[in-house]
Write a protein that binds this ligand. Structure first.
Ligand SMILES: Cc1cc2nc3c(=O)[nH]c(=O)nc-3n(C[C@H](O)[C@H](O)[C@H](O)COP(=O)(O)O)c2cc1C
Length: 218
């Protein structure tokens, strides 16, 4: 299948992208999934380390194992709460953490260990963890975000819907095991992908106006 992305207007893609949480049963072709991973690969990255991996999970058994891990974590968490109201509120988050298992494809976006040159020099010179945190500019996680946004926009340009999900990371350690990752790897996002189900009524979210978020210094 060849994708017609020529003539796809960049600003239109930005304007019309919205989070999609319900998908049809149609399975996105591998070619589209690879194109989305490729958009992640091309994102800017601090010091160009490219310490990322994009794992596309089609396999339902793997998705179900991941969802079960999230469910178990919520059960564990609820045990730690001492009133029903809070337990119900936490339960409310579950939907927003677990629907990924119903998506035709789920990307696990993995941050690989990256050693910051500056931080390792400072650590070698005796700085404590607390002192070091002041010099951590979080460039690695920002780079991951750049890749994920590239992927979301690319998927939308291809007619696919996505949901960028961090709530399931409550089970990030278990994901590492299920996906066969090493101890240094960190799943930082699940990105669901599928053809938007027309019944998904997620209207364009109200966004702050430009005036509210833009400040000019001249
Ligand atoms: C870092 C990040 C984490 C998110 N995590 C979740 C999540 O775990 N579950 C979910 O349903 N939506 C999640 N979202 C989607 C947001 O709820 C959504 O982007 C926001 O409501 C704005 O809607 P829009 O994407 O349609 O503009 C996440 C978005 C971002 C950027």
């Amino acid at each position: 299948m060849v994708f017609e992305t020529d003539g796809c207007d960049f600003f239109d893609v930005i304007n019309t992208r919205k989070t999609i949480r319900k998908y049809t049963n149609e399975i996105p072709p591998l070619e589209a999934i690879k194109k989305i991973a490729d958009a992640g690969r091309l994102a800017p990255c601090a010091t160009n380390t490219q310490n990322w991996e994009f794992i596309a999970v089609y396999d339902n058994t793997t998705k179900e194992k991941m969802a079960q891990a999230v469910n178990d974590k919520y059960d564990e968490l609820k045990e730690k709460l001492n009133n029903e109201e809070d337990k119900n509120k936490v339960n409310g988050y579950k939907y927003y953490s677990m629907f990924f298992s119903k998506a035709p494809v789920v990307f696990a976006v993995v941050e690989k260990k990256r050693v910051s040159t500056l931080l390792s020099i400072l650590e070698k010179n005796g700085m404590t963890k607390e002192q070091l945190s002041k010099y951590d500019n979080r460039s690695s996680i920002l780079s991951m975000g750049a890749a994920i946004e590239n992927m979301s926009l690319c998927a939308h340009a291809l007619g696919l819907g996505t949901c960028w999900m961090c709530a399931p990371l409550i089970a990030a350690d278990e994901f590492r095991k299920i996906l066969g990752l090493s101890d240094d790897d960190k799943v930082v996002t699940l990105l669901t992908v599928g053809y938007p189900d027309g019944a998904d009524s997620n209207a364009q979210k109200s966004k702050k106006s430009l005036d509210e978020v833009f400040r000019l210094i001249v």
